[in-house]
Write a protein that binds this ligand. Sequence first.
Ligand code: FES
Length: 166
Amino acid sequence: MIGNRAMDESAVINWHEVERIIQSYHADRMSLLMILQDICDLYNYLPRPVVPLVAERLEVKESLIYSVATFYKSISLEPRGKYIISVCTGTACHVRGADKVMETIEDKLHIKEGQSTDDLLFTLQAVRCLGCCASGPVVMVDKEIHGGIDRSRAEKLLEQYKGEGR
Ligand code: FES
């Protein structure tokens, strides 16, 4: 699992592209959230080395950027997998066995909730009610909802996305 940032994040940053994103919003500090979101879309997370550049261009403090990044769940400061697996742990899904689904996925991916696989194919997270309680237990992979998930279907789901991710 990805714990500490072992890789050199700076090496993978396309500075030209980050600059293009900033300038597409005219380096307007009022667009900070959108700029951070666009950079996240590019890398699936917000690499810390871009923070000083964004701060300089928008003339804001780095601490403001970190505050925004930690406030919004859609922005992560940690590398995230290509596929975000969200296991619903809301009440309806919980009583139908969401904990077993989570356990199965953790076992199969050798990670715990909140972590990402070493190959950055998957990030696993728990979420509260995805709004389709009648289909529980529910798992969302990126924006795709999968209902009626049990241990066996959870394993098949992982195999399906592993196949697509290769
Ligand atoms: S509790 Fe899981 S979708 Fe509502």
